[in-house]
Write a protein that binds this ligand. Structure first.
Ligand code: PGA
Length: 252
């Protein structure tokens, strides 16, 4: 089943988040059987939102996870805590954490390991910046990010992995990737993961999704791309009707 993942980021106060969750519940009552809807709200509302979504097929994700299991790590949220709050997924290595918050790449394997130890499916984000794209370095950046994330992580190839290709220059900018460029990056992801593990593992346990200014209009262009199994959506997920339109285009 294709996946449509909402990343609410650091938006919405509690009443707004709950209102949006109720709207999702209403607008996805039928579509939830045709595609997998996953929502990554702020963790402080996770329990309340879990309650709203109970009895639906809408799943929850963390926006980030700690690379340690527990202990003196002020401000961090462990994979176990996410699991305890009802999350089945967690975003890892989002570019806003890598670029704006200077999260170091060396933490990413530990985050993956913690997810696997706890039964959370990681959504590993990779993507190049605009200067890297202009310099023709996209493929090299993706290869490096995948190697750095996966080589030292424990839990693969036994478990599932979602790879979100999110070009940094496309996030929140209304710029989207060209189809050919996206196909090329998916080929790179497939090659790297097949070489690290096996092509069988890639086909059976890995899903590639795209994120970066996806909306109800441009999503149509991406539907027929081989090995692309869904989308990670920020801005357009903050409006239930817009997000529903994306879902309905995906299931047409
Ligand atoms: P956007 O965000 O849809 O607003 O571009 C996507 C993301 O950051 O996951």
């Amino acid at each position: 089943m294709k996946k449509l993942i909402a990343n609410w980021k650091m938006n919405l106060r509690s009443e707004e988040a709950l209102k949006l969750a109720h709207e999702y519940k209403r607008v996805f009552s039928e579509l939830q059987d045709k595609l997998e809807i996953v929502v990554a709200p702020s963790v402080i509302y996770m329990n309340e939102i879990r309650h709203v979504f109970s009895g639906t097929k809408i799943k929850l994700a963390g926006q980030n996870v700690a690379g340690e299991s527990k202990g003196a790590y002020t401000g961090e949220i462990s994979a176990d805590m996410l699991r305890d709050a009802g999350c089945e997924y967690s975003i890892i290595g989002h570019s806003e954490r890598r670029c704006l918050l200077r999260e170091r790449e060396k933490f990413i394997p530990d985050k993956l390991t913690q997810c696997y130890k706890t039964g959370i499916v990681p959504i590993l984000c990779v993507g190049e910046t605009l200067p890297e794209k202009m310099a023709g370095e996209t493929d090299g950046v993706i290869v490096k990010q995948l190697h750095k994330a996966l080589e030292k992580a424990q839990g693969l190839p036994e478990n599932k992995l979602l790879v979100a290709y999110e070009p940094v220059w496309a996030i929140g900018t209304k710029n989207v990737v060209e189809i050919g460029d996206l196909q090329n990056v998916i080929r790179v992801i497939k090659r790297v993961i097949s070489n690290l593990y096996s092509e069988k593992f890639f086909r059976e346990n890995v899903e590639v999704i795209y994120g970066g200014s996806v909306d109800a209009v441009n999503v149509r262009n991406f539907l027929a791309i081989e090995y692309l199994n869904g989308f990670l959506v920020g801005t357009a997920s903050l409006d239930a009707e817009t997000f529903r339109k994306i879902a309905s285009v995906m299931t047409d």
